[in-house]
Design a protein around this ligand. Structure first.
Ligand code: HEM
Length: 351
């Protein structure tokens, strides 16, 4: 029964809202069967490892956020899944697809200097040698003027201060995991040849902002299939739903790889999923985001970001009675008529 679920509320969030970084490493791993204990121990030690590497250069702001995928969550913790945690849902639009790719763990390492990210990533992988495979590794850099490789300033409309906290932090809607967050990542590569062939005014129509000044194009003039128009999520009552992004450019000139690593944090994955539906399926359907005509998503993952306290000291054993479907007891029991209590399932969604 739901009211008997008693998991302590864990307070200290991971550094989702980290200080501005110039460098980042994004590591996505799959975990070998049987390595669950070692992974749990590593996650518990992650704060200590980050301090060991970062304390020597406190001004460089080294941070590491760990996210856990749905499949691994069930293997690591004998606890109900956080309400929004499920495998990343592939979106197949008429033209573009948001792929869903393997990934049990995400490490999002950020600092002012790459060497600190690199050293921490190395220390993490020493602990996971022969226990996990790195299925994706991206080293991102801050480009000049905070621009992405399409040449536009990226991150301007991120919420700040209390608004940022409200956008990313789970609250009373899932008290057992309050203080946690969700994160969605996608690795995009751009076709800079076709992009650079577009006149700047046309590029501005794709994004919805001016390229040099970064000023937003007024709504009346903005294309409905621009990136900004499709990613502005406003309720019927006028409430706008924000997420916190920390995209990073990456690439290699020799192989003409020019990419944006998209990373979005939110208190519920639904907001980011809504944005993705608008981008890939279109809003209205078929009116897809033109940024996708120049950008291909190669990966897609959803992770839950527990609090730092949870990682350090997760509840052990089986502290909860997993909520179960009510079972009718006798034919005279009104609940037995259709086998339900008429209050909907008490089970948490797992798909
Ligand atoms: C805005 C770039 C993918 C969500 C922007 C802006 C740029 C940009 C240049 C305008 C400046 C700003 O406010 O940051 C990119 C690139 C992407 C990408 C290069 C990868 C190809 C995504 C994805 C999502 C997303 C996958 C969500 C699922 C948003 C949101 C805004 C935004 C919410 C702010 C809209 C507003 O309120 O004005 N992006 N983006 N972006 N993007 Fe993206």
């Amino acid at each position: 029964v739901v009211s008997e679920v008693t998991i302590p509320t864990y307070g200290q969030s991971q550094l989702v809202l980290a200080p501005p970084a110039k460098a980042a490493i994004f590591l996505v791993l799959t975990v070998h069967p049987g390595a669950e204990d070692d992974v749990r121990e590593l996650l518990a030690d992650l704060g200590g490892l980050t301090r060991s590497v970062g304390f020597r250069h406190p001004e460089k702001g080294l941070s590491c956020v760990a996210g856990i995928g749905a499949g691994l969550w069930d293997r690591l913790y004998d606890l109900p899944r956080p309400v929004g945690l499920h495998p990343f849902r592939e979106l197949v639009g008429p033209v573009h697809t948001a792929v869903s790719t393997p990934g049990d763990l995400l490490f999002h390492l950020r600092a002012v200097r790459m060497d600190l990210c690199f050293e921490l990533a190395r220390q993490v992988m020493i602990r996971l040698a022969d226990r996990a495979d790195v299925v994706d590794e991206v080293h991102g850099f801050r480009y000049f003027d905070e621009r992405d490789l399409l040449g536009f300033v990226d991150g301007t409309e991120n919420p700040a201060g209390d608004d940022a906290v409200a956008a990313v932090r789970i609250g009373d809607e899932d008290p057992a995991y309050a203080g946690g967050s969700y994160v969605i990542v996608q690795k995009y590569v751009h076709n800079l040849t076709t992009w650079d062939a577009l006149p700047v005014e046309e590029q501005e129509r794709v994004i919805g902002r001016r390229k040099l000044s970064d000023i937003e194009i007024p709504d009346a003039e903005k294309a409905t299939n621009s990136h900004v128009a499709l990613n502005t999520i406003v309720d019927a009552d006028g409430t706008e739903h924000d997420i916190v992004r920390d995209n990073m450019p990456f690439g290699a000139v020799g192989t003409a790889e020019f990419g944006t690593y998209f990373i979005g944090y939110a208190a519920t994955p639904h907001v980011i999923e809504q944005m993705l539906r608008h981008m890939f399926l279109g809003n209205p359907p078929g009116n897809h985001d033109r940024i996708l005509d120049f950008s291909t998503a190669l990966t897609g993952n959803l992770f839950f970001v527990p609090t730092a306290d949870f990682l350090e000291d997760p509840p052990t054993g089986s502290p909860v009675d997993p909520p179960s479907e009510p079972v009718p007891t006798s034919p005279s029991d009104p609940a037995a008529v259709d086998g339900s209590l008429g209050i909907g399932s008490l089970k948490r969604s797992t798909s």
